[in-house]
Design a binder for this molecule. Structure first.
Ligand SMILES: Cc1cc2nc3c(=O)[nH]c(=O)nc-3n(C[C@H](O)[C@H](O)[C@H](O)COP(=O)(O)O)c2cc1C
Length: 193
């Protein structure tokens, strides 16, 4: 059972990174093999709307995204972490998600399965925002719902924390790290059944 963890923050050692590391620790403890991807270390162009993917479900842009498509297909469960930037996911995360339009085209235009044999994959989302606004996560949650759908997965659960701004603030939160660890274990258990 393979879990793919995708880090979407540009900040090294930031709050979402700490959360996702803890979630993946839970996944390993539950017996999963874990693979980690740091989007900030990769060269990923935004989608250029070439729409070659309408023909074969493949994106022709030759950059680091090419190595990610296979890993997205092979994963049994997925976990993505991004901070809130202007009421949305980070730019690194959005560029990566937009490049999954190739998978959307494969699924909805070409009517082909994305991950054959694994139609019910589960994905989780971890996010933090510096403010206390009531709609802080609304934009990201919609994006994540449709991102996972394009990958033949469902948004199983999200952990969202507000008023978390400076690097490492999340460590002072009374429950966040324990919740992330527990969700990692749960994700593996629920994905194995
Ligand atoms: C460009 C930028 C935009 C941001 N926009 C928001 C926002 O709209 N709402 C919010 O609550 N926090 C916002 N923040 C604060 C971050 O979400 C917050 O600092 C978070 O803890 C960063 O997480 P990280 O350490 O994982 O990168 C923004 C920060 C940056 C740098």
């Amino acid at each position: 059972m393979k879990v793919l963890g995708i880090y979407g923050s540009p900040r090294r050692g930031g709050n979402t990174e700490l959360l996702l590391k803890e979630l993946l620790r839970g996944c390993r403890e539950a017996g999963a093999e874990v693979e980690e991807v740091f989007l900030r270390d990769l060269k990923i162009s935004p989608c250029l709307e070439i729409y070659a993917c309408k023909k074969d479900g493949k994106c022709p842009i030759k950059d680091d995204m090419q190595s990610l498509y296979e890993r997205l297909i092979e994963a049994d469960a997925l976990a993505l972490a991004s901070p809130v930037f202007f009421y949305a996911v980070s730019a690194h995360t959005k560029a990566f998600i937009d490049r999954c339009q190739a998978m959307w085209a494969k699924k909805y235009l070409l009517k082909q399965p994305i991950s054959p044999g694994k139609p019910q994959r589960k994905g989780v989302f971890l996010s933090v925002g510096g403010s206390k606004g009531s709609k802080v996560f609304d934009g990201s949650l919609l994006t994540m719902k449709y991102f996972y759908d394009a990958l033949d997965a469902t948004l199983y659960r999200s952990l969202l924390y507000q008023n978390i701004d400076a690097q490492g603030d999340i460590l002072q939160h009374p429950t966040a790290m324990a919740e992330a660890y527990a969700l990692g274990k749960e994700l593996v258990k629920e994905s194995s059944e």
